[in-house]
Design a protein around this ligand. Structure first.
Ligand SMILES: Nc1ncnc2c1ncn2[C@@H]1O[C@H](COP(=O)(O)OS(=O)(=O)O)[C@@H](OP(=O)(O)O)[C@H]1O
Ligand SMILES: Nc1ncnc2c1ncn2[C@@H]1O[C@H](COP(=O)(O)OP(=O)(O)O)[C@@H](O)[C@H]1O
Length: 200
């Protein structure tokens, strides 16, 4: 709980003014899916496309969050929940800054994803479910961690020894197991156009 003596300063430069300057709306693309499902790859590929279109963007992923802001957190369900809460608060600030943020975290539990929507505001977030079967994620084993999870060297590994609750009504669901990356990127860009987030 914050101190009652912390009073908000009203900014003269507001989110709508920043959006007008940027020439696009701010939004958050919240990628969720198993480790190896393609969240990071897709987030960076979408960012690349948007950047080339002149949009202001930023990707949050384990690399820039779990080493710093959330460096004190592990992979218990409580720590994952706190990880997501902090990221959601960060996303809120980025929304206000006029940026299109892209967040690539497993975000395994439905209740935590719901809380994220409460913090950010459902209208400010597009939930993208990277739907890739565990077998393919495990076969990819991008970081070699599934192997370690199977031998028990890593505990509480999502999909092996820790749950992943499939999103029931994601805004976008992509078959990242078989659909080519370029097509997945196109689907997301199309959704941003349809919602009027980007105009070209
Ligand atoms: N126990 C356990 N379970 C799942 N993942 C693990 C674990 N330990 C380490 N890792 C690596 O950390 C990445 C997932 O971190 P996230 O912050 O996205 O997880 S969460 O949203 O808080 O559940 C995940 O990377 P991604 O492949 O980017 O998903 C893993 O490489
Ligand atoms: N349509 C797709 N979208 C994203 N990644 C894909 C796709 N098809 C194949 N891949 C591959 O799957 C792997 C996904 O790894 P990564 O992006 O690190 O996943 P995550 O961030 O979910 O752990 C990469 O090697 C990527 O090249």
């Amino acid at each position: 709980m914050h101190s009652p003596h912390v009073i908000r300063q009203r900014a003269a430069v507001s989110r709508p003014r920043r959006e007008t300057l940027n020439g696009h709306m701010s939004i958050n693309l919240w990628f969720t899916g198993l480790s190896g499902s393609g969240k990071s790859t897709l987030a960076h590929a979408v960012e690349e496309r948007l950047h080339l279109m002149g949009c202001r963007t930023y990707v949050f992923d384990g690399d820039n969050v779990r080493h710093g802001l959330c460096g004190d957190l592990g992979f218990s369900l409580e720590d994952r929940s706190e990880n997501m809460r902090r990221i959601a608060e960060m996303v809120n600030l980025f929304l206000d800054s006029g940026v299109i943020s892209l967040t690539a975290f497993i975000s395994p539990l439905k209740a935590d994803r719901e809380r994220v929507k409460e913090i950010i505001g459902a209208e400010n977030l597009i939930e993208v479910y990277c739907n890739c079967p565990l077998e393919i994620c495990e076969e990819r084993d991008v970081k070699g961690l599934y192997k370690k999870a199977r031998t028990g060297e890593i505990k509480n590994y999502t999909g092996i020894s820790s749950p992943y609750e499939v999103p029931e009504n994601p805004d976008i669901e992509l078959d990242t197991g078989t659909r080519p990356l370029r097509d997945c990127v196109n689907d997301i860009i199309a959704e941003l156009r349809e919602r009027g987030i980007i105009l070209h």
